[in-house]
Design a binder for this molecule. Sequence first.
Ligand SMILES: Cc1cc2nc3c(=O)[nH]c(=O)nc-3n(C[C@H](O)[C@H](O)[C@H](O)COP(=O)(O)OP(=O)(O)OC[C@H]3O[C@@H](n4cnc5c(N)ncnc54)[C@H](O)[C@@H]3O)c2cc1C
Length: 457
Amino acid sequence: METIAQDLATIVGSDAVLTSAEDLVPYSFDGTAALRTRPSAVVFPRTSAQVAECVRLAAARGTPIVTRGSGTGLSGGSVPQKDSLVLCLTQMDQILDVDARNLTLRAQPGAITQRIDEAAGKHGLFYPPDPGSQRISTIGGNVAENSGGLRGLKYGVTRDYVMGLEVVLADGRVARLGSRCVKDVAGYSLKDLFVGSEGTLGIITEVLLKLVPRPAARRTMLALYDSIEDAAETVSAIVAARIIPCTLEFLDRMTAGCVEDFAHVGLPTDCDAVLLMETDGHPSAVADEAARMEAIAREHRARDVRAARDEAEGLQLAAARRNAFAALARRRPTTILEDVTVPRSELATMVRFIADTAASFNLQIGTFGHMGDGNLHPTFLTDERDEAEMERVHRALDAIFRRTIALGGTITGEHGVGLAKKPWLRLQTGDASFELMRQVKAALDPKGLLNPGKIFD
Ligand SMILES: Cc1cc2nc3c(=O)[nH]c(=O)nc-3n(C[C@H](O)[C@H](O)[C@H](O)COP(=O)(O)OP(=O)(O)OC[C@H]3O[C@@H](n4cnc5c(N)ncnc54)[C@H](O)[C@@H]3O)c2cc1C
């Protein structure tokens, strides 16, 4: 590895290559519990041309490459394999242009998600995908994971905003996919193949994103329940009433308690379920939707419905919800944040199943998530040093994934397969679709050098 490091230094400069053991430690894990492997080197390219040169060098030597953004992934996607080279794109963090006539934004892959929306906001425009990690995650990581967020119900996920990509392929060629055109059906939609590909098909070196007009008004409300089923039924009833709020987030009793301890925003700690509901758009439509949502919540036995006094309080409540992971993580040494999604009609069944699983395996599981999308984050509070407890965690996880699949759901709604979900992928997809994915991987990366061991073995 010493020689590849020297050759990498001739491409990017010696200040942009790390090889010492202590420098490599922060690049040996991501946000996923209990997964870590130290890479052989980390390189920080600053341009697409440098990425392409690094890839050509690694390909010539048969060195595996793990692309990394901010390392906030929750399925082990940027955890290196032994002897791999980490290509960390955080230095490529520029927003290249905002085209207010075409409603697009072009950025390098290391641009921070929240900065993208801030740049759009300066032109009265909006980049809606807002993962809970938006203050630190990169847009390249978001595209590679097809990340969702709190506004997914109304605005969709990252894929819905990707118009074009520049990608460095496994052999170092650079491909430009998609265009600024709203309509473009020239050939296969290759950009879509790379969205959600978890660094296994190519390295995203530039993104072209769609923007939309910034909503003029927003209203945030909290609905409090003594029963989880009532909260789940409220969500189904709101959707059935043809209301599409931008946010319908759920927190169970444990999560609401931890968030309140952490953020002190006035969340109740004595009810079984809290719904954070947000509507945005034209002011009169917002007022109408908020009133209808409040009425539906009360019809479904909400103990109370509180509206945020102003936008600042609304933002504070949404920010508190974004802290759910950090808040829960303070309870026990190890936090395993899961990511199952079920059809919305099955939400109440799934939430109850998770609670029953926690009781039967004697585990602490806090559940929160994007309930409007059917996307739940059962979060295990545990201790990876306790082998007996970890064994129960794995059995409980297996039960939750199998039940999810049986309900017509998916083992991951937004965090990706990575290392963490590999054992259940074939069970969900079936043999033909699983093999098709492997064929795509083999066609684009015949030597298996891009993020090996992720998604499939
Ligand atoms: C507190 C917290 C809250 C979160 N909330 C959400 C949420 O609401 N919704 C959600 O979807 N996720 C969420 N996540 C998960 C995570 O933030 C997202 O998956 C995010 O997109 C990862 O971005 P990153 O820059 O950290 O990527 P990394 O973790 O560095 O990488 C993720 C994957 O993308 C690949 N990759 C990264 N950059 C590139 C690139 N340029 N080209 C090709 N492949 C690349 C990596 O190889 C890896 O497989 C959360 C995580 C945390 C810690």
